[in-house]
Design a binder for this molecule. Structure first.
Ligand code: DC
Length: 233
């Protein structure tokens, strides 16, 4: 089934350069991808925000997360827009409502991970993700960008970091925002989400065969950005 909301892309758009940045949550891919897109002047796709957006739209509509048919309808119908805010943040608008803060919660992440395991939901979001490919290029951040959505991407990176370091990064992020969290709970959630994302039957989290893997444990953001940029430029 094709998404009626997605126009057929032009030949230029279909062949625009793509850099895929995949990896588990907390590997730094969101921050790194945005910085690289801005340095290259390329478009940016936060595919996790699409899954989170569908999860939030489903929860607002009171849908049962175990009802695939309802979730697929929701994946086609949910209007999800990205807006660059004045502070440089990317705001995510779901069905006309700014859902950026709600999307960042662990609850939204867990809902996204659960619906992302439904094959029909993944297919429903395919064309929507591919529509982000436009000249001069696209940085696509997610779990299956290099393996499923843009298998022909010219540049593919897979970022990892130890679970402890990823939980630590998330802990600091939330603390800076004034959210009180328990480190061990975060670590447990990260390990559970890793296991679910890596073991699902469809598009499991794994590096593409032709991806360059970078372990970011102990590395600063600038170092990782330069390493990735060196692959592209
Ligand atoms: O990157 P993130 O934490 O915002 O992603 C939220 C969830 O969405 C993640 O647990 C798995 C799922 N996801 C996915 O299955 N495929 C993607 N390309 C992006 C996210």
């Amino acid at each position: 089934m094709s998404d009626p909301a997605v126009p057929t892309p032009s030949a230029d758009a279909r062949t625009a350069a793509v850099l895929t940045i995949d990896g588990p949550s907390g590997s730094g891919k969101g921050t790194i991808s945005r910085l690289i897109a801005s340095r290259l002047g390329w478009h940016y796709l936060d595919s996790g925000a699409l899954y989170r957006g569908v999860g939030v739209a489903a929860s607002w509509a009171g849908l049962d997360l175990a009802d695939p048919a309802a979730l697929v309808r929701c994946a086609f119908d949910a209007q999800i827009r990205f807006e660059d805010a004045a502070d440089g943040e990317l705001r995510v608008i779901v069905n006309g409502v700014d859902a950026t803060d709600e999307l960042r919660t662990e609850t939204a992440g867990a809902a996204a991970s659960a619906i992302a395991a439904v094959p029909e939901v993944r297919s429903a979001l395919k064309e929507r993700q591919r529509a982000f490919r436009r000249p001069p290029g696209l940085v696509a951040d997610g779990r299956d960008m290099g393996t499923v959505i843009f298998p022909d991407a010219a540049f593919k990176v897979f970022l990892t970091a130890s679970p402890d370091e990823r939980a630590e990064r998330r802990y600091k992020q939330l603390k800076d925002k004034g959210v009180s969290v328990i480190f061990d709970d975060l670590l447990r959630e990260i390990l559970a989400r890793d296991a679910r994302d890596a073991n699902r039957a469809v598009a499991p989290l794994r590096p593409a065969d032709d991806a360059v893997c970078i372990d970011t444990t102990g590395l600063g953001i600038d170092t990782v950005v330069e390493r990735v940029l060196a692959l592209v430029t």
